[in-house]
Design a protein around this ligand. Structure first.
Ligand SMILES: Nc1ncnc2c1ncn2[C@@H]1O[C@H](COP(=O)(O)OP(=O)(O)O)[C@@H](O)[C@H]1O
Ligand SMILES: [Mg+2]
Length: 385
């Protein structure tokens, strides 16, 4: 059999910020010249590592940065005729919503690809919609309320308990989350909602703030989906941000993306989490898998949760396109499961390869047969579409 061909697609237009830091020769944040910032990989280097992992499995692998260009995307998929596209595209034309439309194109082209399908990507990107589905499936989500652009502010009879967190309803990667996101009274709530709705022109999701531990569960596979060992983000006490504001125990945007920020040093990750006990860990993993299924996820995803004081998990969100780069949370969970990083990448490619090789012959549904009969009768037996 010919070697399978894997096309790895990613999207980056601007200079990589890591590349810029390197060029600047910056090693320490302004606020502490003694602190040495550990070097990060550029996205291009992370992708090259994934290419190596795929080659290690004996496949032909090629990575293409589509550089935010639809023609490049289309031409590459058409000309490469790969068995599998590994879809690492998270946005398009500076629009997170277009993340969904990229695999929609693969669907129409009958191109097998890794990861989540359009509906799951779309639902998870819309936090209020995802929450409704999770709640309808009987899963625990923080109590909350959506303030859309028309409402502009939270209703006076807001039946939620402080502290609350205010998040942009349709963002991800902690976009719009900073030290001011957690509010403890009505005045701060109104101010924060005004910032999200008024200044950023984005509906705001207000949620009860779940004070306890932050636990993430990475999930791999389909039949059945396998929860990987849990990952925890631990918050150091008395953290402040670069402006000197006290940091609540949350993962802010800077904490995720700016290794020169104080936010970044105010937390540390732990994987696996070894002090939850087997029963609670299993319960949390079961909730995560049910969330994955409720939102129709495929191949891999990461479920972000918080525990309340009694250890009950609440789902914050499901990430259907989490960063797979080595060093990120997903890769840490993979290693904790006993897999190598390469094995996990190969498993993910393997799911899409299986789909490419065993394309199910689609049986018409009973209603389609009825419709055909009906159309045939109406058209006097002539064949119609
Ligand atoms: N209801 C909540 N209770 C406690 N912390 C929350 C809550 N919602 C969000 N957070 C904090 O904010 C971070 C980002 O929120 P999340 O819903 O995961 O959105 P995203 O990661 O897509 O920006 C979380 O990792 C968590 O630290
Ligand atoms: Mg999150």
């Amino acid at each position: 059999m010919a070697r399978a061909r894997v096309l790895i697609l990613w999207n980056q237009l601007d200079d990589d910020v890591v590349e810029l830091w390197r060029r600047d020769g910056r090693r320490s944040p302004d606020w502490d010249p003694n602190l040495i910032v550990e070097p990060w990989d550029t996205v291009a280097e992370e992708i090259e590592q994934i290419v190596e992992c795929v080659r290690e499995a004996g496949y032909d692998a090629k990575a293409v940065n589509i550089r935010d260009n639809f023609e490049t995307l289309m031409d590459t998929v058409r000309s490469e005729r790969a068995d599998v596209v590994m879809n690492l595209i998270e946005w398009f034309h500076d629009d997170l919503e277009h993340e969904t439309h990229v695999p929609a194109m693969f669907e129409l082209l009958n191109q097998s690809y890794t990861g989540n399908r359009p509906l799951a990507l779309s639902l998870c990107q819309k936090k209020p919609q995802a929450k409704s589905l999770l709640a309808a499936a009987g899963l625990p989500v923080p109590r909350g309320l959506l303030v859309d652009l028309k409402m502009g502010r939270a209703p006076d009879d807001l039946a939620l308990n402080y502290p609350l967190i205010v998040k942009p309803a349709f963002d991800d990667a902690s976009g719009g989350i900073d030290a001011g996101s957690v509010v403890r009274d009505r005045a701060s709530l109104d101010k924060r909602v005004e910032l999200v709705v008024g200044a950023h022109k984005m509906p705001a999701l207000i949620e009860e703030f779940i004070e306890g531990r932050e636990i993430h569960c990475a999930i791999l596979g389909n039949s059945p989906p396998t929860p990987l060992p849990l990952y925890e983000m631990r918050f150091k006490p008395n953290g402040v941000d670069n402006e000197g504001r006290p940091l609540p125990n949350i993962i802010t945007y800077r904490a995720k993306w700016d290794p020169y920020s104080r936010d970044y040093y105010a937390m540390e990750s732990k994987c696996p989490v070894d002090d939850l006990g087997d029963d609670l860990s299993a319960r949390i993993q079961a909730v995560a898998v049910r969330a994955y299924l409720a939102l129709g996820c495929r191949d891999y995803a990461r479920v972000d949760m918080r525990l309340d004081a009694q250890g009950n998990p609440y789902i914050l969100e499901v990430n259907p396109n989490p960063d797979l780069a080595d060093g990120c949370a997903f890769a840490q969970c993979v290693r904790a499961s006993g897999r190598t990083y390469a094995q996990a990448i190969q498993e993910i490619v393997g799911y899409a390869l299986d789909r490419a090789r065993n394309k199910p012959q689609r049986e018409p549904a009973p209603s389609e047969n009825l419709l055909r009969e009906y159309v045939a009768q109406r058209s006097g037996g002539r064949s119609t579409r």
